[in-house]
Design a protein around this ligand. Sequence first.
Ligand SMILES: [Zn+2]
Length: 262
Amino acid sequence: MSGLRIPLEGPDGAGTDHALNLLAPNPSEMTLDGTNTWVIGRGEEVLVVDPGPDDDKHLARVAEHLEGRRVAAILLTHGHHDHSGGAATFAGLVGAPVRALDPAHRLGEEGLGDGDVLTAGDLEVHVVGTPGHSFDSLCFWLPRDRAILTGDTVLGRGTTVIAPDGDLADYLRSLDLLRARAERVGAEALLPGHGPVLPDPIGALDGYIAHRRRRLDQIREARRGGAATPREIVEIVYADVDRSLWPAAEMSVRAQLAYLDG
Ligand SMILES: [Zn+2]
């Protein structure tokens, strides 16, 4: 692969030869710098992944960037609002369908699922089903650039949470699957839904898998020590994490307890 772009000032403008991030202005503890909106393709036809929240300025900026190039489709990595909220507005701006795994988020006839291959000009995008963070999470493999768009399945910094509509067993399977695939195809970059580009896919995925195993061990140990409720477990296992993140941690602990007791 040539042309991995990692700007020092943050995720905006990052990417690979055929994938460019236009960062949405919705930073928070959960969304890091904001949502990454990915424009795939440099020719007359492009795909846009995750328009982000319904923010008129951001959507207009993305549309302007396209300079009249045709948007073959708008793709969603999953239906969470910070990725999908602006999809319908953006579809109206550029006259393109919205394709997602969850029918509730589609505009137009076509769905999106594991094994689908989309094109933008002569550029191929392969859809990989990666449920776990949410039930409808997808990743997109861009063979030309040896890059995988990971949505919230793998973030550019820190770790992701298992949302109430997700499942930890699915998530662990998806991480294993992504790792195996990244190794098989020789992936050279992960392009996440939030945070910076990751230039070492195998290292990042190994880190995620190890982190999950460690957390599960810590929860088993906290329970052996007498912690019973999700909150009590958070107070022990996430003691070193900022308290503002405890509600998210509690969500994650619930998902892990469901996994351990399931
Ligand atoms: Zn997100």
